[in-house]
Write a protein that binds this ligand. Structure first.
Ligand code: MN
Ligand code: MN
Length: 301
């Protein structure tokens, strides 16, 4: 195993991935379920952290996307290692705490654990939502840079609520991209990775981009790929993504983790950071540090 990046840089970019995810969630939540036309009519180009939206959020407030990723990070921290049971218990406690939002497939899976102890929901071809992919970051960080370990964690966390071929594929693709980004991969080589993924799973083809950004994992990933590859900085990537509307908090969260990991902390606009809860930002940074330290890559520190 070789690590092609300076450990300090890796740690900084892992923090930026976690913070980027929360920022994309908080930014996108304001325009979740709106159409691009409705967003344009109301905001022109939507690019400020103003809260509101259908969930009536405070500026900078995050939703289930960030909270479920935090559940996984907390479970790893509390259990001092990966455990599906510990993650499921965190999900259950979170659901009981009456979160601001929770997707139907996620709720169903968590209820199955609460009622029957289910740790892997049965295969269901209709469960192609993005709820498992949106919380991939902790699994990617804890497995760095071991691809096989990443796949195991990716599918174990996913199948607590989602068990569907395209959701599984997207989770592994995101884990792979995060691993490569955090080891210093260039946009060109990431693009080759995604081209290979699209060859294996043609549904995810995003050229020409159809402009759909719904919670269906195919639409979500097409939007993420389109905006990640056609922009050159964190802000443009996130603004382009959330202005597609629809499941904007989740496309925002996923683009935020990729763009944060790629461009680093310096690239995240201060005006967005200032709107975020500082306790939340601290917790996200702590989890990023802990997950990387506990990963196979941690021995390089
Ligand atoms: Mn959400
Ligand atoms: Mn969403």
């Amino acid at each position: 195993m070789i690590l092609n990046i300076d450990p300090t840089e890796l740690q900084e970019h892992a923090r930026a991935a976690f913070i980027g995810m929360a920022i994309g969630d908080a930014l996108g939540a304001t325009v979740e379920f709106m159409t691009p036309q409705e967003i344009a009519a109301k905001y022109g180009i939507f690019k400020e952290m103003v809260g509101g939206g259908w969930l009536r959020l405070k500026p900078g407030q995050v939703t289930d996307d960030t909270e479920m990723a935090l559940c996984i990070a907390r479970a790893v921290s509390k259990n001092q290692g990966w455990s599906r049971e510990a993650i499921a218990q965190q999900f259950a406690a979170w659901l009981k705490s009456r979160p601001v939002d929770c997707g139907d497939t996620c709720r169903k899976g968590i209820r199955a654990f609460m009622l029957h102890g289910t740790l892997e929901v049965p295969y269901n071809q209709w469960d192609g939502g993005n709820g498992a992919a949106m919380r991939m970051l902790p699994a990617a960080l804890l497995s760095l840079p071991d691809t096989e370990l990443m796949k195991k964690y990716a599918l174990e966390q996913a199948r607590l609520t989602h068990h569907q071929a395209l959701s599984d594929a997207a989770c592994i693709c995101l884990g792979t991209l995060l691993h490569q980004i955090l080891q210093g991969a260039s946009k060109n080589s990431l693009r080759r990775e995604v081209d290979g993924f699209v060859t294996r799973f043609p549904s995810f083809c995003f050229e020409p981009y159809r402009g759909l950004a719904t919670g269906y994992i195919v639409d979500t990933m097409q939007t993420v790929f389109h905006w990640f590859f056609r922009t050159k900085n964190f802000e443009d990537c996130l603004v382009g993504t959330v202005n597609q509307g629809a499941d904007a908090d989740t496309t925002g969260a996923i683009c935020g983790m990729l763009a944060g990991a790629y461009y680093g902390l310096e690239s995240i606009p201060r005006r967005w950071l200032k709107k975020m809860d500082s306790k939340l930002l601290n917790e996200l940074e702590e989890h990023a540090d802990r997950l990387v330290m506990a990963s196979p890559a941690g021995r390089f520190f």
